[in-house]
Design a protein. Structure first.
Length: 325
């Protein structure tokens, strides 16, 4: 099912949460709503699901306007940030809840529950209760429950927010693999740029309730629409020049121990080894501070030390005035 959002605006007590938001998600796509806390991501997802009502705008699912319909009439599955599992029910009962409410035959419910638990790699956990599961397992139960009624669209509100870093990484790879098996149109809310870049086909970047950019991950990273988008996707240096400010990622500097081309001199003020990378804090001649990164091979060649003078030049940058390299 395709998802189209047109001109959505929403306020809470006079505070505008969404401002004329519009974007589209093609059928079978996994899209990420990405942005900082409080930017309107979860509100937008809840409006799409029907849990919140916008003051203006439309939501269309497969070309059908659903703006005024309740959640149960939209054919969407929703996974809440806190999982919202029923603590008194078993895993099987949680997963089959929507089907049981619809009074589907018991044999059909058992078969569907078994199919979904196998899909989310929890076969054999049918009789356990939520408190007997890890956070990652509870999240997979919540996903299975959302998929039980075969929704055309799956909406995930910060599904990995409460999990530790390694479990998050494992689950997002698992979610991507699951999506490739089911091809259910999916919209994921996250504030983690790495997470969005790794698993999404398309990213919608939000700030203060407004869409900043909507594009595939590689396009958003290589051609960010503005300084906010560029900075939200990773550390960036704003280097002031005589006529404009350019924005350079730490890895996009050529650094040598001797002058070259139009390189600028800088003094090494800090050296930090971060795994296979070496991070340098540099003071330019005009007093500006920048952060640069070297891979292992470049670090071995340069051998950076505190107080050392080096020469650097950006190999790639954005200035957002129509000029980039």
């Amino acid at each position: 099912m395709s998802v189209v959002v047109e001109g959505l605006s929403k306020s809470f007590g006079g505070v505008r949460a969404l401002r004329d938001v519009g974007f589209s998600v093609e059928r079978g796509t996994l899209a990420a709503l990405l942005g900082p806390s409080g930017c309107g991501k979860s509100t937008l997802l809840r409006v799409i699901a029907g849990f919140e009502t916008a003051e203006r705008g439309r939501v269309l699912l497969d070309g059908r306007e659903v703006t005024g319909l309740p959640p149960g009439k939209r054919d969407v599955g929703f996974v809440f940030q806190n999982y919202a599992l029923f603590p008194h029910q078993t895993v099987a009962e949680n997963v089959g809840f929507a089907l049981a409410v619809r009074k589907r035959p018991a044999a059909e419910v058992r078969a569907r529950v078994a199919e979904l638990l196998d899909l989310v790699q929890l076969g054999g956990y049918e009789s356990r209760r939520p408190h007997q599961l890890s956070g990652g397992q509870r999240q997979r139960v919540a996903l299975a429950r959302a998929l039980a009624s075969s929704p055309s669209t799956l909406l995930l509100d910060e599904p990995f927010g409460a999990l530790d870093q390694q479990v998050r990484k494992d689950l997002r790879r698992w979610l991507r693999a699951l999506h490739e098996r089911t091809h259910v149109t999916t919209i994921l809310v996250t504030h983690d740029a790495e997470e969005a870049m790794e698993i999404a086909d398309r990213i919608v970047v939000l700030r203060d309730g407004e869409v900043q950019q909507e594009a595939p991950p590689r396009h958003v990273y290589l051609q960010p629409a503005n300084p906010f988008v560029m900075g939200f996707l990773g550390e960036v240096n704003a280097v002031r020049g005589s006529r404009s400010t350019i924005y350079v990622r730490p890895a996009d500097f050529r650094i040598e121990s001797r002058p070259f081309g139009d390189a600028t001199s800088a003094s090494v003020r800090r050296v930090l080894d971060v795994g296979a990378r070496t991070q340098l804090e540099l003071a330019l001649a005009d007093g500006q501070r920048v952060v640069a990164e070297l891979d292992a091979a470049r670090s071995v060649r340069l051998v950076p030390q505190l107080g050392m003078t080096v020469y650097l030049e950006p190999t790639s940058f954005r200035d957002f005035d129509g000029i980039g390299a």
